[in-house]
Each structure stands twice: as structure tokens, then as C-alpha cells.
Design a protein around this ligand. Structure first.
Ligand SMILES: Cc1cc2nc3c(=O)[nH]c(=O)nc-3n(C[C@H](O)[C@H](O)[C@H](O)COP(=O)(O)O)c2cc1C
Length: 306
């Protein structure tokens, strides 16, 4: 069966989400952490440490966002000492504050810097598996050929391709034709990422990474393997474990915000969720939120139970 990876989603696919998701729905070969952003301090922040501590037995790949080789190398060594054998480099984050620092998608318009970063990392870290998650251009799809030529020079463990360019952010449709073209022009192991939303998606025939689709339907991978769709009881256990876990770790207010963020996607698993979503956004306490979430789970039809 082709591999299925949970995409990194900042604020969403956290240490807690990964654990809860794996326990209830399973079906995921690798989970990627939201990006960790090392700097001159050579120390991960508290929030970042939470993402990389106590991740066993899940297969978790820490993702690094860096522009400078010394930051990437420091972080990779540190993670290696913590037992990680694979790390992932973010070459796709489109945020302006990130690209201004030449990080994430900011590397896509600076081919020399991208090349130098990969060269330094592969020279310094011969034992580490380094995978790359990339968009296919900064301002134009025409840039992809030159970018892929750079990637082709390195023993990249897996090249995860999100076929959008930076200036599109998450709008429009991922261009699967660009991924098909990529297949013909590289020998690197490829993973497809972008807009996979149904268990019947042909992308499941090959290694695939899914973000938003897995948040909308947490049992998507199980269904893609012929298994059952998410039941109400599972969804209830899922949101309850997340709200309880966030409350215990971060306090009730932060937990409320986290649950709002999650429901932006999860509400699409239900028909007629819009008014409930509005009510959820008006909740000022976690217990009020629990009331609305409970009503969604009891009252609304699931889109896959027609
Ligand atoms: C809210 C949000 C946060 C994201 N955070 C990250 C991140 O930390 N690292 C990363 O490489 N991509 C990040 N992404 C991009 C996703 O991993 C993924 O590439 C993108 O959503 C397209 O895949 P999808 O259509 O399956 O969601 C994020 C996307 C969204 C919408």
C-alpha cells in the first residue's frame, strides 16, 4: 500500500493532535511536525520542544524552517541526538514574514541560496535522512524546471511536492499536471501533496501527504485503505480528547482557540454546520464551546452518511 503522511499544519497538527488522531483513526505512516524555526540561540523554544519530546511510538518527522545552513545543521544534529533519523526542510511556507527572511518559499526565488543550503546540509549530515517539502515556484510555474534540477543533485530522502507557487498561497487548484511532469524528470522518491479530499482520490495510489483533507475527515486514510468512515462516537472521542488535552496543557482560553481552529475544517464533515460554527465563535468559555460541539455531533448529518 502506498504511504500516507499527515501534513504539517501550524497550530493544528500539534503533538496532541497527532497522538489523538493516531489512537482513534490510525492509518498514517508518518506525521510531520509544524515547522520548527531554529535561530542563533541554538535552542528550541518551549513550544517547539513540546512537538519533539515523547513522540514515540508514532513515526514523527520534525520539520525545520531555515535559511542559514548553520541553523539547519544545528537543529538536525540536536534532533539526531534525540533519536530522530529523518528531518524535513520547509521550502514552501508562503507567509511574507517568513519569505522576507529567505526562509520557506523565500528560498524558491533564491536558487543559489537553496543550493548552498542543501550542499552544506548534505555535507555536514551524511547519516541524516533529509526530506524536502517544496512548492514548485515563487512567482511562476516556469521556475520549477531549474528548482528541480537543484533538488536532483542531492540524495533527498523524499521530495514532497505541493504543486502551487508561492504567490497563490492556498488558493486555486494544485496543478497535478506539474506533479506528473516531475515524475518524468527525477529519480528522487516523490510524495504528492495538495487538495486531496476524498478517499477515492487517485493520488492514494502513490505516496501522498494530506493536510486540510485529513482535518475535514480524520478517517480519510482509513477509508482510502477500504476501512470504515469516521463514526459519531469516534468524532466525539476525538474532539473531547483534544479539548481536554489542550485545556490540561495550555488552559481553557487557549484550548478554546485551538478548538475553533480545528472546527474550521472539521465542520465540513457535517451538513448545515454554518450556524453552529457561528455559535461556536461566539462562545467565550470552553464549557459553552463543549455545548455547541456536542450539538453538532448529535444533531447534524455527516456528509458520508447519505
Ligand atoms: C493553517 C495552515 C498551516 C500550515 N502549516 C504548515 C507548516 O507548518 N509547514 C508546512 O510545510 N506546511 C504547512 N502548511 C501547508 C500544508 O502542509 C499543505 O502543504 C497544504 O495545506 C496543501 O495540502 P492540503 O491541500 O492537503 O491541505 C500549512 C497550511 C495551512 C492551511
Amino acid at each position: 500500500m502506498a504511504k500516507r503522511y499527515a501534513a504539517p499544519m501550524e497550530g493544528l497538527t500539534t503533538w496532541l493532535w497527532r497522538r489523538v488522531h493516531a489512537e482513534i483513526f490510525g492509518g498514517t505512516d508518518k506525521y510531520f511536525t509544524p515547522f520548527l524555526s531554529p535561530n542563533d540561540n541554538c535552542a528550541f523554544q518551549r513550544k517547539e520542544l513540546r512537538e519533539i519530546e515523547d513522540t514515540a511510538p508514532l513515526r514523527v518527522v520534525p520539520q525545520i524552517m531555515a535559511a542559514r545552513a548553520e541553523h539547519l545543521i544545528w537543529a538536525s544534529r540536536e534532533l539526531g541526538q534525540r533519536g530522530y533519523e529523518e528531518i524535513n526542510l520547509n521550502v514552501g511556507c508562503p507567509s511574507g514574514t517568513v519569505t522576507a527572511k529567505h526562509k520557506g518559499a523565500g528560498l524558491l526565488c533564491r536558487c543559489d541560496e537553496l543550493d548552498a543550503l542543501l550542499d552544506a546540509a548534505f555535507t555536514a549530515l551524511p547519516a541524516m535522512r533529509l526530506s524536502v517539502k517544496t512548492r514548485v515556484g515563487y512567482a511562476s510555474y516556469d521556475e520549477w524546471q531549474a528548482l528541480l534540477a537543484i533538488y536532483n543533485r542531492y540524495p533527498i530522502h523524499e521530495l514532497i511536492v505541493h504543486p502551487r507557487i508561492r504567490k497563490e498561497f492556498y488558493t486555486g487548484e494544485a496543478r497535478r499536471s506539474v506533479f506528473a511532469w516531475t515524475r518524468e524528470h527525477t529519480d528522487l522518491p516523490l510524495v504528492y501533496n495538495g487538495d486531496v479530499a476524498s478517499a477515492q482520490d487517485p493520488a492514494f495510489a502513490e505516496p501522498v501527504m494530506v493536510g486540510r483533507g485529513l482535518l475535514r475527515d480524520p478517517a480519510l486514510f482509513r477509508r482510502a485503505g477500504g476501512g470504515a468512515p469516521a463514526s459519531r462516537a469516534e468524532l466525539n472521542a476525538y474532539v473531547t480528547a483534544l479539548a481536554d488535552g489542550y485545556e490540561a496543557a495550555l488552559g481553557a482560553d487557549a484550548a478554546l482557540h485551538k478548538m475553533w481552529e480545528l472546527w474550521v475544517y472539521l465542520i465540513e464533515a457535517f451538513r448545515g454546520g454554518e450556524p453552529y460554527m457561528k455559535a461556536m465563535r461566539k462562545c467565550r468559555t470552553l464549557s459553552a464551546y463543549r455545548g455547541v460541539a456536542g450539538a453538532v455531533l448529535r444533531e447534524l448529518p455527516l456528509v458520508w452518511q447519505e
